[in-house]
Unconditional design. Structure first.
Length: 496
């Protein structure tokens, strides 16, 4: 019997990854990414960050070619395609569906003043109650920058799109988008369940710039003859799923229900929680978007918390305090010190302004250090505790929005490799932590399986997800964890 494969693309700013998942076993048959060194980001001016969309397409093509050869797969065996992508970018195309300029990607900050002015002019109440966020530095504000600074390009725009919409368009020759994608660009009005006409009118954007809206899980389009010939795919293969990288990471971890959290803790940390009611943070310290399974009938919002100073602090600690041992030995050293690091607290915000602190830049600080009592083990533990506490600080905002946090899903990587980090997070939050082996391109492939009807639902799609470990909160020592967290918050408030 021929294999049935699902193809997933993950379009990041550093590389494009592709994976083939066997639809029947749920196992990844092959995976590859290009370029093998980090993709270039163009920064013509300070604060700018651009990439050529053609580069994403070229890297997707290279990744696909490699996995097809590795798996020995044929075009007929690919039954559906899913796409994950870097969020908040802007791609502008003309009537021939050709990119008019490089994409202004997520980490480009030139549009900040345009978002701030809209927030002030339209009012916080209208923006937050309709968009659930400030227009900020998202896609709509980036388009406003193009309109004002590059009018000759703006006049030629036929459709605007996110990076994932662009790859789907190149595959199919059809431009469309999703509610989830529009919400991350600040183009979706949650109160009226439609495109945010008031923001479009404010910026002077024509409604025709928005592509047709398709459901996140559905036959959104099909591979066209031209793309099929170029990539070695079969014309008519359905494209059945797309999601931004953070919502897709949550999908990859089977996080779809209210109270569930998807967390990552690399250089920076992300906590992405699912909320079952329309709500927002009045101080805009977290971002709220439509989750991949959001609909008019079923509210599912993704609340996104980003902490800049997470793994980067742990790496700094390793490099400067314990350079002669590996990370595992460093974790063992930290575990020799009691919960709370015997009074040492580290506030980990040394990697720029933090949205969770209302965009204040307070830096990293070490507090309570006693030269006669403390050693490097205390510093290592305090660093990891400080990272956990910053996560919990943000999660309290989610709880204030009505989220009952009960379960944290994460990949077993980066900070989640540390038993101390995991135990402290479970101990303070009271949530059960489940660690999995998955990634974005595999999640996109399984999302495609749901969208194509190959899987009846997410539970069937992720039945084979490898659960590597479960960490339950230590109820006996819960009071010790909470006391250390309370002390950390007191220190943070003094530094604010």
């Amino acid at each position: 019997m021929a294999n049935r494969y699902l193809l997933g693309f993950d379009v990041g700013s550093s590389s494009v990854k592709a994976s083939l998942v066997n639809a029947d076993t749920g196992k990844c048959a092959a995976t590859a990414f290009f370029p093998e060194k980090e993709a270039p980001i163009m920064a013509v001016k300070a604060g700018w960050a651009e990439q050529d969309p053609q580069m994403w397409w070229d890297n997707a093509k290279l990744s696909l070619k490699k996995i097809m050869a590795e798996a020995g797969a044929t075009a007929d065996e690919i039954k559906a395609i899913g796409i994950s992508y870097q969020m908040h970018g802007l791609v502008c195309v003309d009537k021939n569906l050709k990119a008019l300029r490089p994409s202004i990607i997520w980490c480009d900050s030139r549009a900040v003043p345009y978002g701030e002015k809209a927030f002030k002019d339209l009012g916080a109440d209208q923006c937050l109650s309709h968009l659930l966020n400030s227009p900020g530095n998202f896609t709509a504000a980036k388009l406003a920058w193009v309109k004002e600074n590059e009018p000759e390009i703006y006049e030629k725009i036929y459709k605007i799109m996110l990076p994932g919409d662009y790859i789907a368009m190149r595959l199919s020759g059809t431009a469309n988008t999703t509610v989830s994608g529009l919400s991350e660009g600040m183009f979706w009005d949650f109160k009226n369940n439609q495109v945010a006409d008031f923001l479009m009118k404010y910026y002077g954007f024509d409604a025709s710039l928005i592509s047709d809206i398709v459901p996140t899980f559905s036959v959104q389009s099909e591979v066209c003859a031209e793309a099929a010939a170029e990539l070695g795919l079969k014309a008519g293969t359905p494209i059945t799923y797309r999601g931004g990288d953070q919502p897709n990471n949550a999908l990859s971890l089977n996080v779809l229900n209210p109270g569930e959290i998807a967390a990552t803790a690399g250089t920076s940390g992300v906590v992405y929680g699912v909320l079952g009611d329309v709500n927002y943070d009045k101080k805009s310290r977290v971002n709220t978007f439509a989750h991949v399974n959001h609909s008019a009938e079923q509210t599912r919002l993704g609340v996104l918390l980003c902490i800049n100073g997470t793994g980067i602090l742990n790496a700094w600690t390793h490099r400067n305090i314990t350079p002669d041992v590996g990370y595992a030995e460093m974790n063992d050293l930290a575990a020799t010190v009691p919960i709370g690091s015997e009074g040492v607290t580290i506030v980990p915000f040394g990697n720029g302004a933090e949205r969770v602190l209302e965009n204040k830049e307070i830096g990293c600080s070490i507090n309570g250090l006693n030269f006669n009592k403390h050693n490097k083990a205390h510093l290592v533990r305090a660093a990891q505790e400080g990272i956990v506490f910053s996560f919990c600080y943000g999660m309290e905002i989610m709880q204030q929005m009505g989220m009952n946090i009960c379960n944290i899903h994460a990949g077993k990587a980066n900070m989640f490799l540390s038993p101390l980090f995991r135990d402290t997070l479970a101990g303070v939050s009271g949530a059960t932590i489940e660690l999995y082996d998955t990634d974005g391109s595999v999640g996109a492939a399984k999302g495609a399986g749901i969208g194509a009807g190959i899987y009846k639902d997410n539970n069937e799609a992720f039945a084979t997800l490898d659960k590597l470990q479960v960490i339950e909160p230590d109820e006996v020592r819960r009071a010790e964890y909470l006391a250390a967290y309370t002390q950390w918050k007191e220190t943070l408030n003094k530094n604010m």
